[in-house]
Design a protein around this ligand. Sequence first.
Ligand code: IPM
Ligand code: MG
Length: 367
Amino acid sequence: MAHDLLLLAGDGIGPEVMGEVKKVIGWFNANGMDFAVEEDLVGGCAYDAHGQAVSDATMDKALRADAVLLGAVGGPKWDKVPYEVRPEAGLLRLRKDLELFANLRPAKCFDALADFSSLKRELIEGLDILIVRELTGGVYFGEPKEIRDLGNGQKRAIDTQVYDTYEIERIAAVAFDMARLRDNRVCSMEKRNVMRSGVLWNEVVTQVHQDRYGDVQLSHMLADAGGMQLVRAPKQFDVIVTDNLFGDMLSDVAAMLTGSLGMLPSASLGAPDAATGRRKALYEPVHGSAPDIAGQGKANPIACILSFAMALRYSFDAGEAADRLEKAVESVLAQGVRTGDLLGPNGGAAVSTAQMGDAIVAALGAN
Ligand code: IPM
Ligand code: MG
């Protein structure tokens, strides 16, 4: 049976990088796999077409698909659109309505790129960490969330950080499960010294560990110290589990350690369906829409291609295909093929988005 894949390329460089993923999907379809691809709009382009950052019809398709692959949303063109329909609202609705509570953000340093990190080579060589970010709760979605007019010339802005036990339990379980497949270590990050939600987070993670994951090594860190340790000695971490907002920030820090934001994929997963065991899932690069280079054929498609590799692994049970794709990316980098973001201080000749995609497809066939 065909795997139903919904592609939402979105804005900025989204369509360019997604174009290269389509070539990769084409290669797998020509080599024994069966993906049925549908495409639709999300973000600013959806707002332009329907006045909404994601339409109900697109949401229906996303709910039915086996997996959704998203490019990027947003750009200066939509700076002035109403808050409720800004491009990011489309992405947030997808996460919330598909209940994609578990966001996996691996930060892996490719050998060929170790010199491009802002940290010294020895600090990041061989780096392989996984940030597990809670994605459907916390301050992103907590109510009230508003700007109140106090009637005295002042306004009051309110965002609410809120977590229930079950939300912390399920993200902690994902982190422990992931750790068992890796180096078996989890570091939980919160601000229990300042925030009640941090106190509960710490308690619940500790309890889940004690009840079900005693074999995994658990440590706790305050999130600010965690940020500091990530740039001081990032290789001390295996899996980091943290809330929605801290996860947003810490994953950007971790991403940059690896040398380029253009390399990093992510997966957002829901709970396994009771009947089928299948998880709803959305895969997307960690980078944004990069409006400054959009439409110029300069963007690095690797993060989006590696997001498809994560889809192969987590949605389609095709670990070997995922390995093959990741190896193809590695071998292309080892050959010295570089988009502009990967040139580093010594410069050199950059290939285009399409040339990078073609090189990866060629490497797929070769290995
Ligand atoms: C991310 C992004 C999003 C977030 C934005 C685009 C809403 O920064 O996926 O990290 O804040 O979650
Ligand atoms: Mg972010």
